[in-house]
Design a protein around this ligand. Structure first.
Ligand SMILES: C[S@@+](CC[C@H](N)C(=O)[O-])C[C@H]1O[C@@H](n2cnc3c(N)ncnc32)[C@H](O)[C@@H]1O
Length: 312
């Protein structure tokens, strides 16, 4: 494990995160996904005494754990409980409207996965919950009980890229007409009836991922976050996003590309009429991935892909 890992969570790609975010102008950085506070601890340790970090998390348990861990640096941190989709207004509540760097390390922490009562994992039996913020309504069990089979199929297909999305959705609809699905093991049994052999584990991972994305509206939230992040970065400020699956990474990649592009007028136009200006400079032409040594130490981080950009 790296020096900033704890039993709560091992932060991934710490070196590239630090090298993109800690330039000589960095005074105020937002860690939009504080989790166990690993990246924030690294930023505070390596960033010099003038660096301050604002840590955000939707999960109040994560916030409390990070706050306890970072108490020695409490004069340099602020903590906000909230969803990073509302980044602009969360920062506004502290009177902040411009920052030097923003980090989002998407998805769930090891702690969230390892606690069966959060319902994120198919490995252990627990309630079908999956909410990042357990104070809000709308659990995975609620979605499975209320959505039409066609909508469940769309979720499994679009968010899980699951080939057997239709049979899974129909099996859920049949099952719930007799007894509601309330436990992760209820969902697991349905998947295991449909998929046999070595593909089973992959299907379980895909179905659980899809449901988690739907429960937390993760893709819509990510789009809103990126837009807010761009608006609160000062010129020269840096955005770093770590994604864990291709749907997230595609959104980040397309957002950065779209805002890197300036004028979109056809080449035959003698002068620009669209007025569009490039707002971002791409710092990672290809996403940064953990190397073999990091994967060996922290296999859960193997799918991490980091993209960084600088505001013009
Ligand atoms: C991968 S973990 C971050 C780990 C952290 N970088 C560390 O070093 O410990 C992701 C965290 O983001 C939080 N999270 C996920 N979606 C969120 C959202 N929309 N708004 C705020 N926090 C969110 C989760 O609750 C979780 O604690």
């Amino acid at each position: 494990m790296n020096e900033f890992a704890t039993s709560y969570h091992a932060p991934v790609l710490v070196e590239p995160v630090l090298s993109f975010l800690l330039n000589e102008n960095a005074r105020l950085i937002v860690d939009a996904t504080l989790g166990g506070g690993g990246h924030t601890a690294a930023l505070l340790a390596k960033g010099g005494v003038e660096l301050r970090v604002i840590g955000i998390d939707a999960d109040s348990e994560a916030l409390a754990a990070a706050q306890a861990r970072l108490q020695n640096a409490s004069s340099r941190c602020e903590f906000i409980h909230g969803n990073f989709r509302s980044l602009t207004s969360l920062l506004g509540s502290l009177g902040v409207n411009e920052v030097d760097g923003i980090l989002a390390d998407l998805g769930v922490s090891s702690r969230q996965i390892d606690r069966p009562e959060r319902g994120f994992s198919y490995m252990e039996d627990g309630p079908l919950d999956m909410r990042m913020n357990p104070n809000l309504s709308g659990t995975a069990a609620d979605l499975l009980a209320t959505l039409e089979a066609d909508e469940l199929k769309r979720i499994f297909r679009d968010y899980g890229e699951e080939r057997l999305a239709g049979p899974m959705a129909r099996a859920i609809a049949r099952q719930r007409s007799q007894r509601p699905l309330q436990r992760t093991s209820d969902l697991r049994q349905i998947v295991e009836k449909i998929v046999k052999g070595p593909q089973r584990v992959k299907s379980l991972a895909r179905i659980f991922q899809a449901l988690r994305i739907a429960v937390n509206e993760e893709l819509e939230v990510l789009r809103e976050f990126l837009q807010s992040a761009l608006s609160v970065l000062r010129p020269g400020g840096r955005l770093v996003v770590i994604s864990y699956h291709s749907l997230e990474d595609r959104i980040v990649k397309q957002f950065i590309k779209m805002h890197e592009k300036g004028c979109t007028c056809p080449p035959e136009f003698p002068i620009c009429v669209c007025g569009k200006q490039s707002q971002l400079q791409i710092l990672t032409p290809k996403p940064v991935a953990p190397d073999a040594m990091e994967i060996n130490i922290n296999p859960r981080g193997r799918s991490a892909r980091l993209r960084a950009a600088q505001k013009r």
